[in-house]
Write a protein that binds this ligand. Structure first.
Ligand code: ZN
Ligand code: ZN
Length: 260
């Protein structure tokens, strides 16, 4: 019989590695440890992150991971009680559902993230829920889980609602978790890692590049989406990175967090 504390420790170890160290470590290695001339040319801001920025990002992420692991325990109980849609037998659903369920998770997550993110930018909410994440003006991959304790609630709630509503095989769920971590780490890497051919393809207008979230960290009230620009375009919050065309590297135009 595994105690609740043991479940907490297992969740913490799993999330620490799969949701933080692996995605943030890979992107850190790409942009900071072994940056090629091409990567260096893709740097988005002239400002460089300070060591104190990284220390703060890691510290806030570790606190968030402890909270995520704590939330995992009742979620695991719900799973054991049959209250989630998770399935182990791949024949329970058509095989095509495995990859499609990952796409569904991404679309659902983008919508969830856009709207919870907008709420967190309301001045009365921002201060105690989202300001911690925005202390990173020039984010690094270590900022992916750098949240105020209260922000962990909507961030985790997405995954709880996802496995409650959407039938997902654990392999698809794990694939999505890794995909989400890597995209998120790229989005905080400070370097445009999406190729020009993808960014300038008019058919892929709906995809967000790294610069979108990077601009969110310096301009605050634009580009709230995660993977896509659809909600931002619909709601008038899209800031077109083409406005920053010319040179890739720009000075962050830091503004105080105003009303949304
Ligand atoms: Zn924000
Ligand atoms: Zn961010």
């Amino acid at each position: 019989m595994v105690s609740a504390f043991q479940q907490f420790l297992m969740c913490f170890a799993f999330l620490l590695v799969a949701a933080y160290l692996v995605p943030a470590g890979i992107l850190h290695w790409i942009v900071h440890v072994r940056p090629t001339a091409e990567i260096e040319a893709a740097r988005l801001q002239s400002r460089r992150p300070r060591r104190s920025d990284v220390v703060r990002e890691v510290r806030q992420s570790l606190v968030a991971l402890v909270l995520f692991a704590a939330y995992c325990v009742p979620l695991f109980w719900a799973y054991e009680a049959g209250l989630t849609a998770v399935y182990w037998d791949v024949s329970s659903y058509p095989l095509w559902w495995l990859p499609v369920s990952v796409v569904v998770a991404a679309v659902f997550h983008d919508t969830w993230f856009y709207w919870t993110h907008r709420v967190m930018h309301l001045p009365s909410v921002f201060r105690f829920m989202h300001a911690g994440h925005h202390r990173s003006i020039t984010p690094t991959p270590w900022a992916i889980l750098s949240f105020d304790p209260l922000e962990t609630v909507p961030q985790f709630a997405f995954f709880a609602v996802l496995i409650w509503l959407v039938p997902m095989h654990p392999a698809a769920l794990f694939a999505y978790l890794m995909f989400d971590g890597l995209v998120n780490a790229a989005g905080h890497s400070g370097h445009e890692l999406v190729s020009r051919s993808i960014r300038q393809n008019p058919r892929l207008w709906f995809l967000a590049a790294v610069v979108h979230h990077d601009l969110h960290h310096t301009r605050f009230n634009h580009n709230f989406g995660q993977y896509f620009t659809v909600w931002d375009r619909l709601m008038g919050t899209h800031l077109d990175p083409a406005a920053n065309a010319g040179t890739m590297v720009r000075d962050p135009e830091v503004t105080k967090q105003p009303a949304t």
